[in-house]
Write a protein that binds this ligand. Structure first.
Ligand code: WT7
Length: 631
């Protein structure tokens, strides 16, 4: 069975109604879009588990079941950084590679439920490794290539991964990114990790140090392994993967996604939002280290039997227009990217994309941050030629897949709006005291009830999941985002309402940045906030109170503390050295005021008498004025 098309307003309404009136029946019916080893008899149980008695294997759904009909169809096109580096893998070939990798993992002692870390650049082995884990019931933990060794060590320790798959180096334009060296450094750091084996993909012929007994190159192991591997039947609620993401408090948490509900949600939303049809060539530009890469590079499109494109390079290397050239060359039909990328590409102007034949494109998508009307308009007109629907898709790591989006054909777009909740999603706006707002309103975005893609929890800390998402507004899932609903019911996302910062689509907790700063002995106190940034969406601004007299290099030290602990992607845009930070009487730093000041808005602070130290604000404003006049 395939998902039925939803391409008219009437169908959209009918699906929303059916999913709302009888979710049990709706989702049991659509569960048949997957291949089960044991069909579920129930959609959602009282404990909140989806398809509780179903058993399946995600790799079988993404590979084996397509072999008969589409075995020779292309599953994956890989375009390397170098123009001549192109690989086409049919479903049969991808299946064989996944089986080999799965056998190698089994040979290294990996059992169902074990965690396997994956830290790779944009090479096909990333997709192969994820599906290989799924095949043998191992839980993959993909770690973003931009994490620092310390950030990786934390995640390895928390997940308890026993094996890591990495590369010698990654290619980034003319540069080489030291993947293996980063893992070596992480393992030197992390006495707390359980890593026994490091399996290395040789991306280039560069030599890298290998630790005897621990490190092995993958390619001889893969060639020696069988290309058949019996898939492990998994409970629908057995974890498929962990993925680390940041919240407003504490350390990054390992969000756990299950097998059945997650896969169904990835496939259902992919089919609906991208109106997937066989023969489509789907390009999602996200790194597999993020949830977008999990759901829309790998699981959604492959479960639906699509062709995925994986590009190793960058948008404008070796020259502007590289992405458009990739679309032209590989006849991409569906293109999914981020507002950050669009903003950057927009600055290159219209003449560059106009040089390419982009007529293969049929549908466009945007994800990760609010998209401005201007960026939406440019993407739609210049890349989509005004003829491709452009879906702004709102969702989160925790939701598993798209939640609020345009459904092309069914809904008319409004530039900058994420449009409507998908069938099966009940989105609500609440005010600060938890009252439901009706009609045209602005409030906290919450979701009522459950949906199949909802995360199972936080690795090793289910109480935290409850406290973060379910306690703030009892009875609802709280997203952490604010949104406005217009008179016609369209949702417009307005950004996070908590202390999560979104830099170029990377989600960073202010607490994470502050914890990193606190490790620097020269810093006594600190606060990190997000401020609007024309290209990045938001940028990190840091306030520090030095420990004693400030040294000349204190700003550089502060920045280094952050990049060492987290990675370059979290580098602060500006570091202010101050004497005091505004606090409430109970001692909490008032980030709201800092955000306002750092955004250059230094008027209208109202009554500051509730602060323990109102003078801190006056001093800050003075410092800003001085800086503005000296600039
Ligand atoms: C946060 C989730 C969803 C996959 C990539 C990011 C923001 C995401 C949109 C959008 C406005 C958006 C939200 C959300 N966000 N998509 N279309 N419009 N904001 O996943 O790293 O878990 O981040 O990204 O603030 O809560 P993530």
């Amino acid at each position: 069975m395939i998902f039925p098309p939803v391409s008219t307003l009437h169908e959209h309404r009918a699906h929303r109604k059916a999913a709302h009136d009888d979710p049990e029946r709706y989702w049991l019916t659509y569960a048949h879009a997957l291949d089960w080893m044991q069909c579920p008899s129930k959609a959602l149980d009282a404990a909140g588990l989806w398809f509780p008695d179903g058993r399946l294997n995600a790799s079988v759904n993404c590979l084996d079941r397509h072999l008969e009909m589409r075995g020779n169809a292309t599953a994956l096109i890989w375009q390397g950084e170098e123009e001549s580096h192109v690989l086409h893998l049919s479903y049969r070939q991808l299946h064989a590679q996944v089986c080999r990798m799965a056998n190698v993992l089994r040979d290294h002692g990996i059992m169902p439920g074990d965690r396997v870390a994956i830290h790779l650049p944009g090479v096909p082995e990333g997709v192969v490794a994820m599906l290989a884990c799924a095949r043998i019931g191992a839980i993959h933990v993909v770690l973003f290539g931009g994490f620092s060794p310390e950030a990786i060590a934390d995640r390895l320790a928390d997940s308890g991964a026993g094996v890591i798959i990495t590369a010698d180096v990654g290619r980034r334009g003319a540069k080489r990114i030291p993947f293996k060296a980063t893992i070596d450094a992480a393992l030197d750091h992390g006495a707390g990790t359980a890593i026994r084996h490091v399996l290395v993909v040789a991306v280039t012929s560069e030599t890298v140090p290998m630790t005897e007994g621990r490190d092995r190159f993958l390619s001889p192991l893969l060639s020696a392994a069988s290309d058949l591997c019996t898939p492990e039947p998994m409970d629908a609620n057995a974890p498929l993967f962990l993925l680390y993401t940041s919240g407003s408090t504490g350390k990054p948490k390992g969000i756990v996604h299950g097998t059945g509900g997650y896969l169904l949600w990835a496939a259902y939303t992919h089919a609906l939002v991208f109106a997937h049809t066989p023969g489509d060539i789907f390009w999602c530009t996200a790194d597999i280290g993020w949830i977008t890469g999990h759901s829309y590079v790998v699981y959604g499109p492959l479960a639906n039997g699509g062709t995925i494109l994986l590009f190793e390079g960058m948008p404008s290397h070796p020259r502007p227009g590289r992405w458009w050239q990739v679309i032209e060359k590989h006849r991409v039909t569906s293109f999914y990217t981020s507002p950050t990328a669009i903003r950057a590409l927009m600055t290159e102007g219209d003449t560059i994309p106009k040089r390419y034949d982009l007529f293969s494109l049929r549908v466009l998508g945007s994800v990760g941050e609010p998209i401005s009307q201007e960026a939406w308009g440019w993407f739609h007109a210049t890349i989509g030629g005004g003829r491709c629907p452009l879906a702004d898709t709102w969702w989160q790591t925790e939701t598993g897949g798209i939640m609020i989006s345009l459904v092309p054909g069914a809904i008319e777009a409004r530039p900058g709006a994420a449009a409507f909740p998908l069938p099966g999603v009940t989105a609500l706006l609440l005010d600060a005291s938890g009252r439901i707002l009706e009609g045209e309103a602005e409030g906290m975005l919450c979701i009522a009830g459950s949906w199949p893609g909802r995360a199972l929890g936080i690795w090793g800390n289910d109480a935290h999941f409850h406290a973060t998402y379910l306690r703030p507004f009892p009875g609802y899932y709280f997203t952490g985002d604010g949104a406005r609903r217009d008179r016609d019911g369209y949702f417009w996302l307005t950004g996070r309402v908590d202390d999560v910062i979104n830099v170029s689509g990377h989600r960073i907790g202010s607490a994470e940045v502050e914890d990193a700063l606190a490790m620097e002995p020269a810093i006594a106190e600190c606060a990190a906030v997000g401020v609007p940034h024309a290209l990045k969406g938001q940028a990190i601004v840091v306030f520090i109170v030095p420990n004693g007299p400030a040294s000349d290099d204190i700003q550089a030290r502060a920045a280094r503390a952050v990049t060492t602990r987290l990675g370059r992607y979290a580098a602060p845009e500006r570091v202010y050295v101050v004497t005091d930070l505004p606090r409430t009487r109970s001692g909490k730093i008032v980030r709201r005021l800092l955000r306002k000041i750092a955004s250059g808005d230094i008027e209208g602070f109202g009554d500051l008498s509730t602060l323990a130290n109102p003078a801190a604000v006056t001093i800050l404003i003075e410092a800003m004025r001085r800086e503005a006049s000296s600039a």
